[in-house]
Design a protein around this ligand. Structure first.
Ligand SMILES: Cc1cc2nc3c(=O)[nH]c(=O)nc-3n(C[C@H](O)[C@H](O)[C@H](O)COP(=O)(O)OP(=O)(O)OC[C@H]3O[C@@H](n4cnc5c(N)ncnc54)[C@H](O)[C@@H]3O)c2cc1C
Length: 326
C-alpha cells in the first residue's frame, strides 16, 4: 500500500475543505471498500479524511420524513425500529448485503459510494476505463457474466453492487450533501449515473461534496414488500441480480407499486414503466408476468450474461408474488 496522510476532522466544513482542496484526498468512513481498493492499488489516495468524528449517525423523524445520517451503520439502520416499521424494504435489502461483521462497519454513505466489483476494475494489470480512463474495457470481450444488461456504453459495462441502494431508489429517497458551494439535495434516482464516455464517474457528486444524510418520505409500502437477491451462495456474496418490490394492495387490487433492480446496470435500476403496468391491476401472477415483460424491454446481453435475460423476469415475478403474499 502507498503511504498516505491521515486526518480526523471534527467539523464537516474542515472535512469538506480537506477534500475539496486536494484532488488526491478521499473521505473514509467504515473503510470496508476503500481500504480493500488501496491494498490492491486500484485507488491510491495520498490523504484520507476520516469522517467518523462527524455527527452524522442519527436516525430521526422530521415531519413526514425519516432522516438517516450518512454515518449510521448498515446494521444499525437495518435494526432500527422506525426503519423496520415504516420502510421494511430497506431493512430487507441491507440484511441481504455482505455479512454481519461488514454491516457493523459499513456506513450508509460508504455503501452508496462503494465501487463496482467488476474483476477488470479490481485487476490493475487489465484495461479498465473506470480505473484508468482511455485504457479500454476488458469486460466487453472478456468474462462478463456479472455485467450490465441495461444502460451500458462501449466504454463500460460494469454494474453497481449495492443492495441498499436498490431499495433506496425504489423508495424515492433523497440524498443530502454538503460541499464547497453549500448544501443541496439530490433525488436518489439522479445520484448514481450511467457510464457514457466517462465511466470513471460513478455519481453526480461534485469534488469535495460530503453525503450528510439520506431522507425517506413516508409511503404506503409498509407491508407488501420483498427484496429478492439471486447470488452464487446463500450469504456473503454480491447479487448476480436483485429486485426490490413494494406494493400497496387494496382488496386484491394494486393501488401503487415500486420496483427496482440491482446487478443489471451502472446504477440502481428503477423500473417505472413496469410500476405503471401494475397499478390498477389485480395482484395476480398474470399481472406480475406482464409487468416483468415491460421491465425487461430494452435489455441486451453480452457473451456470458445472457442468463440475466431469463433470470430478470423470473426474479421480478418471484419478488412481486412474495411481496403480495406477505
Ligand atoms: C467481502 C465483502 C462482501 C460484500 N458484500 C456486499 C453485498 O452483498 N452487498 C452490498 O451492498 N455490499 C457488499 N459489500 C460492500 C460493503 O457494503 C461496502 O464495502 C460498504 O457499504 C462501504 O461502506 P464504508 O462505510 O465501509 O465505506 P468506505 O470504504 O469508508 O468508503 C467507500 C467510498 O465512499 C466514500 N464515502 C464514504 N462516506 C462518505 C460520505 N459520507 N460522503 C462522501 N463520500 C463518502 C469514500 O471516500 C469511499 O470512496 C461487501 C464488502 C465486502 C468486503
Amino acid at each position: 500500500m502507498n503511504q498516505f496522510q491521515y486526518v480526523r476532522p471534527t467539523k464537516p466544513q474542515a472535512a469538506i475543505d480537506a477534500v475539496a482542496k486536494d484532488a488526491n484526498a478521499r473521505f473514509i468512513a467504515g473503510g470496508t471498500n476503500l481500504v480493500d481498493l488501496m491494498k490492491r492499488g486500484v485507488m491510491t489516495p495520498q490523504k484520507l479524511v476520516d469522517i467518523n468524528r462527524l455527527d452524522f449517525r442519527k436516525i430521526e423523524r422530521e415531519g413526514n420524513t425519516l432522516r438517516i445520517g450518512a454515518l449510521a451503520l448498515n446494521s444499525t439502520v437495518a435494526n432500527d425500529r422506525q426503519v423496520r416499521e415504516r420502510h421494511p424494504l430497506l431493512a430487507l435489502a441491507l440484511n441481504a448485503g455482505a455479512s454481519p461483521q461488514l454491516r457493523n462497519m459499513a456506513t450508509v454513505g460508504g455503501n452508496m459510494l462503494q465501487r463496482t466489483r467488476c474483476a477488470y476494475f479490481y485487476d490493475i494489470t487489465m484495461p479498465c476505463n473506470k480505473r484508468q480512463p482511455g485504457s479500454g474495457c476488458g469486460a466487453l470481450e472478456g468474462i462478463n457474466r456479472m455485467h450490465a444488461i441495461f444502460g451500458f456504453s462501449d466504454k463500460c459495462i460494469a454494474v453497481h453492487p449495492s443492495d441498499m441502494s436498490v431499495a433506496l431508489v425504489a423508495l424515492d429517497a433523497t440524498v443530502q450533501v454538503s460541499g464547497p458551494k453549500g448544501n443541496r439535495s439530490i433525488p436518489f434516482a439522479d445520484f448514481h449515473r450511467l457510464p457514457g464516455d466517462t465511466p470513471e464517474k460513478d455519481t453526480n457528486l461534485e469534488p469535495g461534496e460530503l453525503i450528510t444524510a439520506v431522507d425517506l418520505p413516508d409511503s404506503p409500502f409498509t407491508k407488501h414488500v420483498h427484496y429478492q437477491k439471486v447470488r452464487e451462495r446463500a450469504s456473503y456474496a454480491f447479487a448476480l441480480l436483485s429486485v426490490a418490490a413494494a406494493l400497496d394492495i387494496d382488496n386484491g387490487t394494486i393501488r401503487a407499486a415500486r420496483l427496482a433492480m440491482g446487478g443489471v446496470a451502472h446504477k440502481p435500476w428503477r423500473l417505472t414503466a413496469a410500476e405503471q403496468a401494475l397499478v390498477g391491476k389485480p395482484a395476480t401472477e398474470a399481472t406480475f408476468q406482464q409487468a416483468a415483460a415491460v421491465a425487461m424491454q430494452g435489455a441486451k446481453a453480452f457473451k456470458y450474461n445472457e442468463y440475466k435475460l431469463r433470470l430478470g423476469p423470473n426474479a421480478i415475478v418471484q419478488a412481486l408474488k412474495t411481496a403480495a403474499a406477505v
